[in-house]
Design a protein around this ligand. Structure first.
Ligand code: NAP
Ligand code: GLV
Length: 313
């Protein structure tokens, strides 16, 4: 099987992916776009990492696009994507666990005031604050998919009061309230001390984290955005922080990445910035996930984690 490997990656990263993929599936030919152009009709699948628009239109027999990213929002903006070719996204338990670790670190740091202590150290101030128990802290997780579920399970195991919000109706799970719809969101926001965003970026979720959303949050609550920068209206967050409505924000993702050097988030005392590192794709495990789908394609078996293009995730 000839597989195109392409994306927004440099030559070194391309080589690393090719090595891992070839080790997992030595019987395939792993081709760069330049190689593949010599015989376009041989390309049956593409393994991609946010490829530039137009990269996937020149392969007449393309039967699968396997993303190395969990979020496919950027990929789906490519208007030249062949309409009938299935797009599968990366779903990897290793990534889910990394996300749960990041969410736990952010939640613990906010709950125990460790970001405040770090600031007091910079100011040379020795000052303790009140210590709350985990079961006195309410966390709302937006999104109850691969990442959201892993985060909910990890936080619940630490004793936090966790609720989740999703698109479709679903029953409570393992003691967690799981709701859907705008009314439920308003009610949950009014109760949560910490809100963690793990939604996909779609037409329905773009700009969700805006002034209206912050106005519905509890006074002094905190936001953790681990999903996409396009969910957040930056100026509205800055206003909510300066009015004291929000106490702190942990931001891993931004509208423009890397975050511009002059952006107000960098030096803001109420903002913790991460460089889109909440859950990186792990080359070792992700190569095995991608290859499992390529083998399913080759063997005529059902593909896994195919994106619903209309829904956008
Ligand atoms: P997923 O399994 O597809 O789960 C998405 C969840 O969001 C589902 O529970 C879905 O509800 C819910 N949802 C979608 N649209 C909604 C809406 N309009 N209103 C309410 N809920 C909605 O996705 P995932 O694997 O957990 O990944 C989530 C996102 O995390 C990715 O899209 C990506 O943007 C981000 N991510 C970030 C990093 C990082 O390093 N920062 C790494 C990986 C992923 P239903 O269950 O009802 O369908
Ligand atoms: C990272 O943000 C991903 O979507 O994999």
């Amino acid at each position: 099987m000839d597989v195109l490997l392409c994306g927004d990656i440099d030559a070194e990263e391309w080589r690393r992916w090719r090595e891992a993929l070839a080790a997992a599936m030595p019987e395939a030919r792993w081709l760069s776009a330049d190689d593949a152009r010599r015989q376009p009709s041989a390309v049956l699948a593409a393994v991609v990492a946010n490829p530039p628009p137009g990269s996937l239109q020149a392969w007449p027999r393309l039967a699968l696009v396997q993303s190395l990213w969990a979020g496919v929002d950027r990929l789906l903006t490519d208007r030249s994507l062949p309409p009938d070719v299935p797009i599968a996204r990366m779903v990897d338990p290793v990534m889910n666990r990394a996300m749960a670790e990041t969410a736990l670190w952010a939640t613990l740091s906010l709950h125990r005031g460790f970001f405040d202590y770090a600031r007091r150290q910079r100011e040379g101030r020795w000052q303790q604050h009140e210590q709350r128990r985990a079961d006195e802290v309410s966390v709302l997780v937006l999104g109850f998919g691969q990442m959201g579920r892993a985060v909910v399970a990890t936080l619940a195991a630490q004793g936090y009061r966790v609720a989740a919000w999703r698109h479709t109706a679903g029953a409570a799970e393992a003691g967690t309230r799981v709701g859907h719809g705008a009314g439920v969101l308003q009610a949950e926001l009014a109760q949560a001390d910490i809100v963690i965003n793990l939604l996909p970026l779609t037409d329905a979720t773009r700009d969700l984290l805006d002034a209206k959303f912050f106005a519905a949050m509890r006074h002094g609550a905190a936001l953790v955005n681990l999903a996409r920068g396009g969910h957040l209206v930056d100026e509205d967050l800055l206003a909510a922080l300066s009015s004291g409505r929000l106490r702190h924000a942990v931001l891993d993702v931004f509208r423009g990445e890397p975050l511009a050097s002059g952006h107000a988030f960098w030096g803001h005392d109420g903002v913790t910035v991460l460089p889109h590192a909440a859950a990186l794709t792990d080359v070792r495990s992700a190569a095995a996930v991608a290859v499992a789908n390529l083998r399913a394609l080759r063997d005529g078996l059902p593909l896994k984690h195919v994106v619903d293009r209309v829904r956008g995730y």
